[in-house]
Each structure stands twice: as structure tokens, then as C-alpha cells.
Design a protein around this ligand. Structure first.
Ligand code: 6R9
Length: 655
């Protein structure tokens, strides 16, 4: 078998009779329970996993489909469920967070401390007038304060919107404005890989761009003590705000449907979508998947390496682990600093037992380990590991096998978890004590998730035949709407031709024998670069907004060994087509321009200049041809509808 092909012989399940879902019979039973009574199944779990202030009387309400509601008349508080509840059941002294800073310094926070800090921050927000239903933007790097800020918003019923610390002032401004934030919580600077990077200065720039008039306060966590500008009418130090606040704060009891957060993600148009999540249904799935997918036990040490700026950091750092009373590692830095052995050293030092990371990190660490024996995982004691997880993009079988052997010692199951910002938590994933594994396949739907593969008319396709991934029934942690744009929500996720099924936006195929799912990649104009979602249209608009230079631009993805996909931009300049050194110089200028407009993660890897772009006679850019050019393929496709076939050759020369 080719190293990179999906295997067809499932790897048997290790002996895990104490697993929460111990074996396929237990899995089948859960699936059958959900099939027999979908709403009843989820309601049972919502009663078992969450503490309600007012119990709900109904599970699913589909009367306003596709705006589904779950447990609607129940009330609860998410932060109560994550913190107070753990203290009440005797876990006050248990470590909630082991924080490791960029420089290696370790801070431990118990559940009792985390609750006290959350209450003080919640009281501080209230003192500045933040109330239930207000939106708060959080622009922070990985920190205890980041988690506390999210929990504090949840405690007072404010809806948070975390913006990844790598986004530019422009992107931050767009999000602050779209969500209508009244407050921004940030830090003076962030520390990553030994470097100090600005945060507060970017908030200042974002606000200066205009449109953020609703923001009355900018709360600043002092991380580095670096020099920053200060506007006394608006800027406040977090430590001063928290200083005299009480360590208790009555939770705001909210309805299950109350928006816990809005998180922006890329779609197939230029404007990012504000994905709105609920409180009850969301937290249920965060807790449930923590328990079943990671088979989480009381003495586990869980580490999810994502950033709180992405959905993985929401569900599997800020909420899921705490909802179960787990101990988790939170890491400020990067996997390659001070060297590429950092992850392995941290697993060894903190005796991590469940490790959840992204294929792109694994692939780059494989390269590093192969280049330098000193950072090879075999130099570290990884025997504490029990379960490994992967998320964000397909994991190629070669990387899967390396992860399994070199990190998991051949004994730890890998859960390849397929899900999305919109789904709130895992959708298709192995359960470690039940599902035989196949490298490269995310295997089977989580019990209660009605995942299926259909054609363009919503008709099921047989196993072995690829199609469009859908979810046939609503589930509790699903997206509720796009913030401020319900029509776009309907059009994006519930197109009329798909019979009321949720459209994931990915293609998939089920194995003819096992029925296992393999995700074949996005079917829309969304790229996945190092597990980060990016719309080609967003990058195109950023490029053409450089009006001094750019006349036209088209962006496509091409496969990349390390980052999964790489961004490839085809650009027509206003001036003549550059070559040689000049082309390099302009390409660099454009890369920096995109970094300023969106953020460094959106920088195109390749920039090719042409006199024109391949277009149909009606003037449509033929992206499918550009995708082939980007891959370096010879064009075998039909080009007869092209207005200007000669352009392909020019672009293929790749300056
Ligand atoms: C959680 C997260 C979602 C997109 C999704 C798909 C890709 C995520 C995957 C995977 C194959 C997996 N994706 N997990 N593809 N196997 N295990 O990543 O959310 O940032 O919204 O991205 O990522 O293409 O549609 P998000």
C-alpha cells in the first residue's frame, strides 16, 4: 500500500473495557437510542451532563426550521456549570489549568482560584456597565486571562467574540463593528517564540479606523509591560479593574438559547460570518464529546494545543474540559520554541495523558525530528499518553502513522475528529474504546449526529461513491444563525435543494465495506491552510484593495506537504508584468499588504503575475484552470471556452 493511501484494514481497538463507550455494541446502542427518539436521546444527556437552574420541558423545537432551538425553556449558566459545580462537588483544590508560558514558566490554577478570578473579572465588567446580551470582543493571546475573560462573559450573560491575536487591525475592526461590541479585552503585547508582538496597538489602530463607536472601554491585561499608547477616556488596566472586586458573583441565569458567543469564520464570500452559538446545547456537546471522544477520566491531564481564537480553543480549552472538571494544559507559545521538541517536553513534564493537536503541527514536527535527532520524540518520556487526537484538516496516513508510532508508542488510539466552527463540537470521530481505526479516516458519526453523503439533489449516494457531506437532523450544538444575517445563514447552510439537511461545505466518501467516512476537502471557495479557514474571496478583495498596484487578482489553493493547502495568487498589475527581482519585490509588497489587511496567516505563498487571467468569453475567471496551473499540472481540461488560452502558458512559467 502506498504510504499516503487510506488504509483499508482497520487497526483493532486496544483493550479498553473501562472506556466510557466500551466497544462497538455500546456505540451501536447509543446510535439506536438516538434513532428511536432523537429529541429524547439528547434531552436525557442534557439532564445528565448539565446542571439546570430551571429544568427544560422540551428537547428539540423545529417549528421555526432551520432556526432550530433546543431545551428552550430551560435556564442555566455556563460558567456555573464549568466552575461552581466543580467546587461544589469537592474539586475546589483540583488543578483546572496548568499554564505554561512562552519562556517555560508554569502557573497552576485550581478550580477554586479559577472561580474566584472569573467572579472578580465578571464584577469588573459589570462595574463598567456590561450587562446580559452585550457583546464583548476578546483580543488576547493564550493565557489564563483569556479563559477567565470568556468565563466571565458567560457568567454575566454577555456574548463574547474572540478574535485570533494574529488578525490585523482591519479584520479586528470589521468584527468589532459587525458584532457591535461595547468593550474590548486585550493585552499590552503577546509573547510568542521569544518575540513580543503588539496587541493593544492593533486595538488602537482598529478603533481609529472608525465604526467602533459602541466601544466604551478597552481593558488591558499587562503581559509584557511593553510600551503602549494610552487613552485615559477609554483604556483601563485589568489588574486595577479587578483589584477591589468581590470573589463571588451571582451567575446570570440565561435561557438555553441565549447566545454564548459569536465566532467569525471564513465563508465563500469576502465577508467573514459571525457564527452564533447557544448556551445549553453548545455546552452539552462540549462536555459530552470531551467525555466520549477523549474517554476523559478524573485523573487525566488533557492538552489541546489550539488557540482560543479558534473554535477548537473554545470548545476544548475554554469550556469542554472545565465542564467535566478536568485538568488541562494551556500553552502560550509555539511548538518550535526554544526548539521543535517543545511539545514532547511539555507532555513529559506535565504527564499529559490526552493530547489533541493539528496535522499541520504534526507534519512540521516530523520534518524537524527527521532533520535533528535532538528534538526527536524518542528523546522524551511520552509514556503518560493514553489517547491522541487530530483536528482541523484531513490527516494524511503517513503523518497518522508517524503520530501513532512515535508519539503514541503504537498503543494510543488516535481520534481524527471532523467538525467545524458551525458544529460546535465533534461530528464524525472514532470513540477510543469502541471504533477500530483506519489511518486517514474520521470513521463514524458521533452517536446522535445524522451525518450522510448525498448528491446535489439531496439524494443519498451509495457507499464507495463520493458526494456532499450533510447532517440530516439538527443537533444541540449547531450554529443558530449568522450574527445579524439570518438570510445568509439559511442560504449557506440550508439551501432549498438539500431537503432541509445541514450543508457542511465539505465533500466526503464512505468506504464500501466499513461505511467509514473520509473527508475529501471543501467544496466551496474556502481554503484550509495549516488548519486555518480562509476564503479565497477575502484574500482576493485584500489584494485588489491595493489599488495603486493591482488591477485584478484570483486566489486558489494548491496542495502543500506541510500546511495541507497553500495560498496561490494570480495577479494582474496596473503596470506592466514584472519579472526577476522586480517581481520578487512586488510579490513581497503584496504579501505584506495582505498581512496588514487580514493577518499574516492569509499571506499568499505563491504570487504569479500575468498580463491577464484565464477567462471565459463572458468574462468569468476560470479558477479550475488556475488550480491546475497552481499545482504545476499540464492542462488537459477543455479550454475551448477560454477567451485567451495563451495566458495559461504565461502563468505556468511562475515568475
Ligand atoms: C474544528 C475546525 C472546519 C473545516 C471543515 C473541514 C476541515 C476539520 C477535519 C477537517 C478533515 C478532519 N476539517 N477537521 N477535515 N478531517 N478531522 O477545524 O473548524 O476552522 O471551522 O474548519 O476544517 O474542511 O469544514 P473550522
Amino acid at each position: 500500500m502506498n504510504e499516503n493511501e487510506t488504509g483499508t484494514h482497520p487497526i483493532p481497538v486496544p483493550d479498553m473495557k473501562h472506556a466510557h463507550v466500551p466497544g462497538m455494541a455500546a456505540y451501536d446502542q447509543l446510535v439506536a437510542e438516538a434513532e428511536a427518539d432523537h429529541s429524547g436521546y439528547w434531552s436525557r444527556l442534557a439532564r445528565e451532563f448539565l446542571t439546570w437552574k430551571t429544568p427544560f420541558t422540551k428537547g428539540l423545537d423545529d417549528s421555526r426550521a432551520p432556526f432550530f432551538e433546543w431545551f428552550e425553556d430551560g435556564t442555566l449558566n455556563v460558567s456555573y456549570n464549568c466552575l461552581d459545580r466543580q467546587v461544589e462537588r469537592g474539586l475546589g483544590d483540583k488543578t483546572a489549568i496548568i499554564f505554561e508560558a512562552d519562556d517555560g514558566q508554569v502557573t497552576r490554577v485550581s478550580y477554586r482560584d479559577l472561580l474566584a478570578r472569573t467572579c472578580r473579572m465578571a464584577n469588573a465588567l459589570k462595574a463598567r456597565g456590561v450587562k446580559k446580551g452585550d457583546r464583548v470582543v476578546i483580543y488576547l493571546s493564550m493565557s489564563i486571562e483569556g479563559v477567565v475573560a470568556m468565563q466571565a462573559c458567560a457568567r454575566i450573560g454577555a456574548t463574547h467574540s474572540v478574535v485570533f491575536g494574529g488578525f490585523s487591525a482591519q479584520s479586528l475592526r470589521d468584527r468589532i463593528q459587525d458584532v457591535g461590541a461595547v468593550m474590548v479585552i486585550t493585552a499590552d503585547e503577546q509573547l510568542r517564540g521569544g518575540r513580543q508582538l503588539p496587541l493593544k496597538a492593533i486595538v488602537d489602530d482598529a478603533i481609529a479606523l472608525g465604526g467602533c463607536e459602541a466601544v466604551t472601554d478597552v481593558i488591558v491585561y499587562r503581559r509584557t509591560g511593553g510600551k503602549i499608547a494610552w487613552d485615559p477616556s477609554r483604556d483601563r488596566w485589568l489588574h486595577e479593574e479587578m483589584q477591589n472586586q468581590a470573589e463571588s458573583c451571582e451567575p446570570e441565569w440565561v435561557g438555553a438559547e441565549h447566545p454564548l458567543f459569536v465566532l467569525y469564520t471564513s465563508g465563500s464570500t469576502g465577508k467573514p460570518k459571525g457564527v452564533q452559538h447557544s448556551s445549553g446545547g453548545y455546552l452539552l456537546h462540549a462536555a459530552l464529546t470531551m467525555k466520549w471522544t477523549f474517554d476523559l477520566k478524573d485523573d487525566d491531564v488533557f492538552w489541546c494545543t489550539a488557540d482560543i481564537g479558534w473554535v477548537t480553543g473554545h470548545t476544548y480549552i475554554a469550556y469542554g474540559p472545565l465542564a467535566l472538571g478536568a485538568t488541562e494544559v494551556v500553552f502560550e507559545g509555539v511548538p518550535t520554541y526554544p526548539d521543535a521538541g517543545r511539545f514532547w517536553k511539555m507532555i513529559q513534564d506535565h504527564k499529559v495523558s490526552v493530547f489533541y493537536t493539528a496535522p499541520t503541527a504534526i507534519r512540521s514536527l516530523i520534518k524537524a525530528a527527521e532533520a535533528d535527532e535532538a528534538v526527536h520524540p524518542k528523546r522524551y518520556d511520552l509514556s503518560s499518553l493514553r489517547i491522541l487526537g487530530s483536528v482541523g484538516e484531513p490527516i494524511n496516513p503517513a503523518a497518522w502513522k508517524w503520530f501513532h508510532q512515535n508519539i503514541g508508542g503504537g498503543r494510543c488510539p488516535i481520534v481524527d475528529t471532523f467538525w467545524q466552527t458551525e458544529t460546535g463540537g465533534h461530528m464524525i470521530t472514532p470513540l477510543p474504546g469502541a471504533t477500530p481505526l483506519v489511518p486517514g479516516s474520521c470513521t463514524l458519526p458521533f452517536p446522535g449526529i445524522a451525518a450522510a453523503i448525498v448528491d446535489e439533489t439531496g439524494t443519498d449516494v451509495p457507499n464507495g461513491q463520493g458526494g456532499i457531506l450533510v447532517v440530516k437532523k439538527p443537533w444541540p450544538s449547531m450554529i443558530r444563525t449568522i450574527w445579524g444575517d439570518p438570510e445568509r445563514f439559511k442560504a449557506s447552510y440550508y439551501p432549498p435543494e438539500l431537503k432541509g439537511y445541514y450543508l457542511a461545505g465539505d465533500g466526503a466518501i464512505r468506504d464500501a465495506q466499513t461505511g467509514y467516512f473520509t473527508i475529501t476537502g471543501r467544496i466551496d471557495d474556502v481554503l484550509n491552510v495549516s488548519g486555518h479557514r480562509m476564503g479565497t474571496m477575502e484574500i482576493e478583495s485584500a489584494l485588489v484593495s491595493c489599488t495603486d498596484l493591482v488591477a485584478e487578482a484570483a486566489v486558489v489553493g494548491r496542495p502543500d506537504e506541510t500546511t495541507g493547502e497553500a495560498i496561490c495568487a494570480f495577479v494582474v498589475l496596473k503596470g506592466p508584468r514584472p519579472s526577476g527581482e522586480e517581481a520578487k519585490k512586488i510579490a513581497n509588497e503584496l504579501r505584506n499588504w495582505v498581512a496588514r489587511e487580514i493577518g499574516p496567516i492569509a499571506k499568499p505563498k505563491d504570487i504569479c503575475f500575468g498580463d491577464n487571467l484565464p477567462k471565459t468569453r463572458s468574462g468569468k475567471i476560470m479558477r479550475r484552470l488556475l488550480r491546475s496551473v497552481a499545482k504545476g499540472e499540464t492542462i488537459t481540461q477543455d479550454t475551448s471556452t477560454l477567451e485567451n488560452p495563451a495566458i495559461l502558458e504565461q502563468l505556468a512559467q511562475r515568475n
